[in-house]
Design a protein around this ligand. Structure first.
Ligand code: FES
Length: 142
């Protein structure tokens, strides 16, 4: 019985450890406090149609504001999740609106799908920030 408990404990420890490693890869982007206010009736937000995006300073390597509906927005960090320590922020794909691509590894991220990877080698989505509209102000924060 004691041996069984030892094996069970080791198995639980390993599963927790590997789970942490698996899910941690996309979350090692260094923390940067984000607390940005943008008027939705002023540039760059006022120019965004549904499905369009703009880039503003902030976050770790810049922030993408993506308009996903008439009244709501999403915000993502521009850091590629394959190698967050690299300093080549993702760029807007010239052929598909709402797709951002890493200039180094060519990983592609689809904003309308919560920044998920649509082409690797990256496997974790872009880091996302909160984006809330209140009384004509878009508040982006973490
Ligand atoms: S940032 Fe260097 S591989 Fe994507």
């Amino acid at each position: 019985m004691k041996r069984f408990l030892q094996i069970l404990f080791i198995a639980l420890f390993l599963s927790v450890s590997f789970t942490a490693c698996e899910t941690n890869r996309g979350e090692i982007i260094p923390y940067v406090r984000v607390d940005i206010y943008e008027h939705i009736s002023s540039p760059p937000v006022v120019f965004l149609g549904i499905g369009e995006s703009a880039i503003v300073p902030g976050g770790y390597q810049g922030i993408i504001i993506f308009r996903d509906s008439d009244v709501s927005y999403q915000a993502y960090d521009r850091t590629c999740t394959l190698w967050p320590e690299h300093t080549a922020p993702v760029k807007r794909d010239t052929t598909f609106e709402g797709v951002f691509q890493c200039p180094e590894c060519n990983s592609q991220y689809l904003l309308i799908n919560e920044g998920q990877v649509i082409k690797g080698p990256a496997s974790y989505p872009l880091a996302r920030y909160n984006a809330v509209v209140n009384q004509g102000i878009l508040h982006i924060f973490n």
